[in-house]
Design a protein around this ligand. Structure first.
Ligand code: BEZ
Length: 210
């Protein structure tokens, strides 16, 4: 069965462009994003890894460590980094796992044989400080992911972990949020003293808590 939200992210040992890691030790008490790409020296992957490096300060601000993976060897990742730097203006400083024997790809279900018999699909696992998988995203090889969306999901998770709110369609940080339906109006008045717009009893819109 595939990994699901709420599962503990499986631990593993791997070689990476930043040296060998034990995944759980490497995560420490941080959030993590583990993502696979199909193959080194391919065009869409080149743009994804360059953009991820551009976003690295944003991930760091949120306490998130990012790690990539493909079933190529670490030496290939290192040679490919030259191309990423030359074409995307950024050289990945985050670790990229060399998973030539597919240990991690199999552990995380990143190989979808009906899509491609050889290469990993574009999988994303967002992992919280308790090592729990909090979100998964899967894209086909032909479609580059939106890494701003990954940041947006992390913003929503970190906000909703700390407040009794959920984030509505297309929410971005700073926009109004929804009071969770499980909270009674009496309890909501204590937590949201500035009130809310009650569009339906189950749809109470309020300012994003600080
Ligand atoms: C790419 O990253 O461009 C790519 C990789 C595998 C298949 C198709 C596209």
């Amino acid at each position: 069965m595939s990994l699901q939200i709420g599962d503990i992210a499986p631990d593993f040992k791997a070689a990476t462009t930043r040296g060998p890691i034990q995944f759980h030790d490497w995560l420490g008490s941080n959030w993590g994003v583990l993502f696979s790409h199909p193959k080194d020296f391919t065009p869409v992957c080149t743009t994804e890894l360059g953009y991820t490096e551009k976003l690295r300060p944003e991930f760091e601000k949120r306490g998130v460590q990012v790690i990539g993976l493909s079933i190529d060897a670490v030496g290939d990742h290192e040679r490919w980094a030259d191309d990423i730097e030359a074409t995307q203006g950024k050289r990945p400083q985050f670790p990229i796992i060399g998973d030539a024997d597919r240990t991690v790809a199999n552990l995380y279900g990143m190989l979808h044989p009906k899509a491609d018999t050889t290469f990993t699909v574009r999988s994303v696992f967002i992992i919280d400080p308790a090592k729990k998988i909090r979100a998964t995203i899967t894209y086909p090889a032909s479609t580059g992911r939106n890494f701003d969306e990954i940041l947006r999901v992390i913003d929503s998770l970190q906000l909703t972990d700390n407040h009794k709110v959920a984030t509505p369609v297309n929410w971005t940080p700073g926009q109004d949020v929804i009071i969770v339906p499980s909270l009674s109006n009496d309890d909501a008045r204590k937590l949201f003293p500035n009130g809310w717009n009650e569009q339906r009893p189950y749809l109470r819109v309020t300012k994003q808590p600080a």
